[in-house]
Design a binder for this molecule. Structure first.
Ligand SMILES: *[C@@H]1O[C@H](CO)[C@@H](O)[C@H](O)[C@H]1NC(C)=O
Ligand SMILES: *[C@@H]1O[C@H](CO)[C@@H](O)[C@H](O)[C@H]1NC(C)=O
Ligand SMILES: *[C@@H]1O[C@H](CO)[C@@H](O)[C@H](O)[C@H]1NC(C)=O
Ligand SMILES: *[C@@H]1O[C@H](CO)[C@@H](O)[C@H](O)[C@H]1NC(C)=O
Length: 530
C-alpha cells in the first residue's frame, strides 16, 4: 500500500516537476512560409513538451496555440505580394529566378534581424541567456551570428531532404553519381543521361548558386555581426552548427548516406493523435461517407494569387463533382457559389487528412502537404506552382500515388481527367496506403528522435565530436586536388627524370657513335681521295 502511494507520488512528480536538465532553447524561424513554420514550430513544440524552456521568435502568427513555448511574433514586412504573383504566374527563366529569389529572401532576412523588437530582445538577452539556438533555415546563414551572440551551439531545422547548402554546412556528401539533387527532378536509379543531368545540376548548385548565396550571406553577416564588435567570422559561426534536422525519411527516397549529425525527422509536423476538428468541418466530414475532396494550394497561395481564368477552370471542374469539396481558398473573391463547395480561409490540414472520409487531396505539392497526405494514405492530384513543388508532384506521380496537372497548361479537360482517374482507379489509394505503413515503421518516432538528439547535443556541449572533418576543409582539399597535384608532380618529375636520363644516355651513346662514324667517314673519304 505504502509502496503504491510512493509510486503514485513518483509518477505524479514525473509529470509536474520539469526535468533537472531542462535547457533554455531559442527557436528563431524567420521564414515567411507557413509550411516552413509548421515544421520548425513542431520541433520547438516537441522540445517544450519534453520539459525544455523554449522561446520561439518568428514572423508569422503562432500555428500551434497550445504549444507550451513562449511565442514572439515580429511584425516585419515579408516577401511582397507582387513578388509572389510574379513567381506563380509569370516565372522568369531558371537562371534569373534563383538570383531574384535569393536577393529578396536575404534582404527580408536582414530586415527581420534589424527589427527593433529583435534588437531589443538581443540587448536584454546576453551571452548566457540560452543553452541552444534552434535556427529554421531559409537563406539565412548569416543568422548563425545569433549563436555567436548567445555563445551557444546551433541546431538547424530544415524542411526537406538535405540540399547543397545544408550539405556544405556539415560536410554531408553530395554523391551525385547516385543521389539526385533536390531540384533535378530525377529519381533513383539513374541511367547515364540522368547521371549526366545530375552531374551538371550539381556543378550549377555548388559552383554558381552556392558562391552567389555565399556573397549575400557574407555581406549581411559582416553588416550585422562585424568582427570589429568581437564576433567570430561567418566561417567560424558555421563551425558552431552542432546538428541538422532534415524533414525527410529514407523511405520517401532518395536513399543516401548522411554524416552522423544529419538527423532525419521526416513527418515531425504530423500530429500523432489528430486534434478534434472544428464542429462544422467535423459535421461535414462525418456526414459524407461517400467521400470528401480536400482542396488546398498551400498556405502561401491564396485564391486571389491565382490567375482568374485558372481559378475559373478549377472551380468549374470541382463544382461538377458528385462529392463535397472542402477548399482552403483564402479570405475573399470566391470564384463561384456551388452548393457542394465549402470555402475556408484556413483548415487544420493534418486533422482533415486524418479523417477516413477524405477521398482525394488536390494539392500544390508542397513537401509538407505531400508528406501529410502520404502519412494519412490519401491519394493526390498535384497542381504545382513553384519551387520544389513540381519535383514533389512528379515524385508522387512516379510513385503511383497521384497524378500531375500542369498549372501553366491547365484546362478543364486535363484537370477533370486527373481527378476522375484518381477517384475511380483504386491503385492510387492502395499504393499510398501501402507507403503510409512503410513510412510509419521506425525505431523511434520523429518526436522521440528530436528529443533524444537535442538532449545529446546539450549533454555533450554541442557534441562537436560528431562533426565531419570535411567542415574544416577547403573544397579543393575535399576534391583531393592537392593530393592529385602532388601525385601528378611526382609522376611528372619521375617521367621527366626518366626521359632526361634516357635522352642523356642516348646523347652520350650517339656522341660516341658519331665519333666512330666520323672516323669511318674520314677513312672512307680518305680512301676515295686515294
Ligand atoms: C525561460 O527562459 C527565458 C529566457 O532565458 C527566461 O527569461 C525565463 O525566465 C525562463 N523561464 C523559466 C520558467 O525558467
Ligand atoms: C540591413 O537592414 C538594415 C535595416 O533595414 C539596413 O540599414 C542595412 O543597410 C541592411 N544591410 C545591408 C548590408 O544591406
Ligand atoms: C457568391 O455569393 C455572394 C453572396 O452570397 C455574392 O456576393 C457573389 O457575387 C457570388 N459569387 C459568384 C461568383 O457568383
Ligand atoms: C500493397 O501491399 C499489399 C500487401 O503487401 C500488396 O499485396 C499489394 O500489391 C500492394 N499494392 C500496391 C498497389 O502496391
Amino acid at each position: 500500500m505504502r509502496c503504491s502511494i510512493a509510486l503514485l507520488a513518483l509518477v505524479f512528480c514525473a509529470f509536474v516537476v520539469p526535468p533537472a536538465n531542462a535547457a533554455r532553447i531559442l527557436g528563431f524561424f524567420p521564414s515567411p512560409s507557413r509550411s516552413h513554420l509548421l515544421i520548425h514550430c513542431a520541433v520547438a513544440d516537441t522540445l517544450a513538451r519534453a520539459g525544455h524552456n523554449v522561446t520561439v521568435i518568428a514572423t508569422k502568427p503562432n500555428m500551434y496555440p497550445k504549444a507550451p513555448y513562449n511565442y514572439i511574433q515580429l511584425d516585419t514586412p515579408l516577401l511582397p505580394d507582387t513578388f509572389m504573383n510574379v513567381l506563380v504566374n509569370d516565372p522568369p527563366p531558371f537562371y534569373k529566378r534563383y538570383p531574384m529569389l535569393l536577393s529578396e529572401v536575404t534582404k527580408m532576412n536582414n530586415r527581420t534581424l534589424s527589427h527593433p523588437d529583435l534588437q531589443e530582445f538581443l540587448r536584454n538577452h546576453g551571452e548566457d541567456a540560452f543553452d541552444l539556438l534552434l535556427l529554421g533555415y531559409f537563406g539565412n546563414e548569416f543568422h548563425l551570428g545569433l549563436g555567436a551572440h548567445f555563445k551557444c551551439p546551433v541546431v538547424i531545422s530544415f524542411m526537406m531532404q538535405p540540399f547543397f547548402v545544408i550539405n556544405e554546412l556539415i560536410g554531408n556528401p553530395s554523391e551525385h553519381a547516385y543521389v539526385p539533387t533536390l531540384f533535378s527532378g530525377l529519381k533513383q536509379p539513374m541511367d547515364f543521361w540522368a547521371r549526366l543531368q545530375n552531374y551538371l545540376t550539381t556543378l550549377f548548385e555548388y559552383y554558381y548558386m552556392s558562391p552567389m548565396l555565399e556573397r549575400a550571406e557574407q555581406k549581411y553577416y559582416s553588416y550585422n555581426f562585424p568582427t570589429s564588435s568581437g564576433y567570430p567570422s561567418l566561417e567560424e559561426a558555421r563551425h558552431n552548427v552542432a546538428l541538422i534536422f532534415a524533414n525527410h525519411w529514407f523511405t520517401q527516397g532518395p536513399v543516401r548516406p548522411n554524416v552522423p549529425n544529419l538527423i532525419e525527422i521526416g513527418g515531425i509536423q504530423i500530429k500523432q493523435h489528430p486534434d478534434p476538428l472544428p464542429a462544422d468541418i467535423a459535421e461535414l466530414l462525418d456526414g459524407s461517407p461517400e467521400g470528401v475532396i480536400y482542396f488546398s494550394l498551400g498556405s502561401n497561395i491564396q485564391g486571389k494569387h491565382l490567375q482568374a481564368d485558372k481559378a475559373r477552370i478549377m472551380y468549374s471542374v470541382v463544382s461538377k463533382l458528385p462529392y463535397k469539396v472542402l477548399w482552403q481558398w483564402g479570405d475573399s473573391g470566391y470564384p463561384g457559389n456551388s452548393s457542394n463547395i465549402v470555402y475556408k480561409n484556413w483548415l487544420p490540414q493534418s486533422d482533415v487528412l486524418a479523417h477516413p472520409n477524405v477521398k482525394l487531396f488536390i494539392t500544390h505539392g508542397g513537401k509538407g502537404s505531400v508528406v501529410e497526405s502520404q502519412y494519412h494514405g490519401v491519394p493526390m492530384v498535384g497542381i504545382p506552382l513553384f519551387g520544389d513543388q513540381p519535383v514533389n508532384v512528379l515524385d508522387v506521380q512516379q510513385l503511383g500515388m497521384g497524378v500531375y496537372v500542369s498549372y501553366a497548361d491547365l484546362t478543364e479537360e486535363r484537370l477533370r481527367q486527373a481527378v476522375e482517374e484518381v477517384l475511380h482507379n483504386p491503385k492510387y489509394t492502395e499504393t499510398v496506403r501501402n507507403f503510409s505503413k512503410l513510412y510509419r515503421d521506425r525505431p523511434m518516432t520523429a518526436h522521440q528522435t528530436v528529443v533524444w538528439w537535442v538532449d545529446y547535443v546539450l549533454r555533450h556541449k554541442g557534441a562537436f565530436h560528431m562533426q565531419s572533418p570535411a567542415v574544416y576543409m577547403k573544397r579543393w582539399q575535399l576534391m583531393s586536388l592537392d593530393v592529385l597535384g602532388f601525385l601528378l608532380t611526382i609522376i611528372i618529375t619521375v617521367i621527366s627524370l626518366a626521359l632526361a636520363s634516357v635522352y642523356w644516355l642516348a646523347k652520350r651513346c650517339r656522341g660516341g657513335m658519331k665519333g666512330k662514324t666520323n672516323i669511318k667517314n674520314g677513312v672512307t673519304k680518305a680512301k676515295k681521295v686515294k
